[in-house]
Design a binder for this molecule. Structure first.
Ligand code: GLC
Length: 473
């Protein structure tokens, strides 16, 4: 699958802030085994893990159909508006940073706006940062005063989020950063067992509150496990508690365990067949609000990425970074609304699809459901001067696919329902008599029904097609 490189990501990598997976691996030997309680040291899967595997297909069914979710990064860093890593990247001392907690004063029910936008965008679930690396808790916790009800907001922002998502019929997800730049034991827990004990109790306690006080939660999205290993976090016990409290929940893989799904970040990469995966990605280059980051992706890029995820059987979790008052940057609104309009017509080519091995090209992406495949034409062919020399491109605006294996039975434009004439031989499948202008933006989708599972292998015929002689007369 194609890779989507992101400069911010490589920057964070350079400064040692790589993904939770990398951090976990790098710190795998960091905690002395004497500091790890015996029940957390077992190598074979704990009893909880096998029962989680047994219930996985049922727990994940809605998520596989959902395909598209909204990620929300919002916290004290939004007040600064210079990326969610500002504290560490700019070296802001904790007493200075804490002052932001009083100034963080969002408008009431900002989450309603997010949920309405998610709905318009065709997103089926929302995942909000309940606590990011900065350590500030958005909910009413008894375990710290560094939380929204006791600081500037004066109310429970997690409650508002949950109510807003449910009001729009969207599934609810909690992002939770294990790494904590604020808690006194957040770093020393790596080498000091008493600190680790306190910090792990604190962490499990916070997660317990989140899993207890807000009704049914659909996703728990752990992040960065620095500085402990899964054993140090007692992640088996953590997940067991989560599943006891929320039997239908799904959890990701960033607490050092496999969890229910993999989380490639800022790139699209399918996991091995049988393993669920979700690409999370920013709309510009920052997760948290970044006033000066103008590297916005276009609707074309987002629609293309969504199709690429669907092609590989994965989900796409796309981020917004609301301003400190909770408003959504207008550029994000514009892009998401355009994607939503496209999905109104073309949702079938995304939501109802399954993993495929169709080979995409620069001009077109493909998704599949059963024996039907969808051509997502990103760059419409229009008129080519080559039509004057060869009949291949006549009548004008021909979409041709080399190496389509099964026989096509019918083709139609999703935008208009209009059926499209085509020809097919062993080398090429040609859709003809297409309009000169692209009927839909940012991609036009054509549904093609076949007599077997669609396979597109452009290269397969390279050695097979008849070659006549050297040169052209
Ligand atoms: C990285 C970043 C973090 C962001 C997360 C989203 O781990 O450190 O800021 O929340 O990715 O996946």
């Amino acid at each position: 699958m194609e890779m989507n490189e992101n400069s911010r990501r490589s920057f964070l990598k350079q400064i040692g802030a790589a993904s939770a997976l990398a951090l976990t691996a790098a710190n795998a030997e960091a905690l002395p085994s004497s500091a790890i309680p015996p029940q957390a040291q077992q190598a074979s899967p704990a009893p909880g893990q096998s029962s989680q595997a047994a219930t996985r297909p049922a727990r994940m069914a809605w998520w596989h159909q959902a395909k598209f979710g909204m990620f929300i990064h919002w916290g004290l860093y939004s007040v600064i508006g210079q990326h969610e890593w500002a504290k560490e990247v700019e070296g802001i001392p904790i007493p200075q940073y804490e002052l932001l907690a009083k100034q963080f004063n969002p408008k009431p029910n900002a989450a309603r706006e997010w949920a309405r936008l998610a709905k318009r965008a065709g997103q089926k679930y929302m995942v909000m940062t309940t606590k990011h690396h900065e350590g500030f808790c958005h909910w009413d916790t008894t375990l710290t005063d560094y939380c929204a009800p006791k600081q500037g907001p004066g109310r429970d922002l997690v409650r508002e989020f949950v109510d807003a998502a449910r009001a729009e019929g969207l599934r609810v997800g909690f992002y939770y950063s294990l790494m904590d730049w604020h808690h006194p034991d957040g770093a020393i827990c790596k080498t000091d067992e008493a600190a680790r004990r306190r910090f792990v109790d604190y962490t499990h306690g916070l997660i317990r509150e989140l899993m207890t006080n807000y009704g049914k939660i659909d996703v728990l999205w752990y992040d960065v496990s620095w500085p402990l290993t899964a054993a140090g976090w007692e992640s088996e016990r953590m997940n067991q508690m989560v599943f006891e409290l929320q039997p239908d929940i799904i959890v990701n893989n960033r607490n050092g365990l496999e969890g229910d799904f993999a989380t490639p970040e800022q790139r699209i990469q399918a996991a091995d067949a049988g393993r669920a995966w979700e690409t999370c990605m920013t709309l510009n280059d920052s997760w948290g609000f970044n006033r000066f980051d103008d590297a916005w992706k276009t609707p074309k890029t987002i629609v293309g990425n969504l199709a690429t995820c669907a092609r590989g059987g994965g989900n796409y979790l796309l981020n917004i970074g609301p301003e400190p008052d909770g408003s959504i940057p207008k550029e994000s609104v514009t892009v998401l609304e355009a994607v939503g309009r496209w999905l109104e017509t073309n949702g079938k080519a995304i939501y109802e699809t399954e993993r495929s091995s169709l080979e995409a090209s620069v001009n077109a992406n493909y998704t599949r459901r059963g024996n039907t495949f969808y051509i997502h034409q990103q760059f419409w062919p229009g008129h080519t001067p080559a039509a004057e020399a060869t009949g291949f491109f006549k009548p004008e605006a021909v979409i041709a696919i080399g190496g389509l294996k099964p026989k096509a039975l019918a083709a139609r434009l999703l935008k208009t329902g209009q059926s499209i004439p085509f020809t097919q031989d062993e080398f090429t499948f040609r859709l003809t008599e297409l309009p000169l202008e692209a009927p839909d933006q940012p991609a036009t989708v054509i549904e093609v029904e076949c007599d077997g599972e669609p396979i597109i292998d452009h290269e397969a015929m390279r050695a097979l097609w008849p070659r006549y002689r050297v040169g052209v007369s």
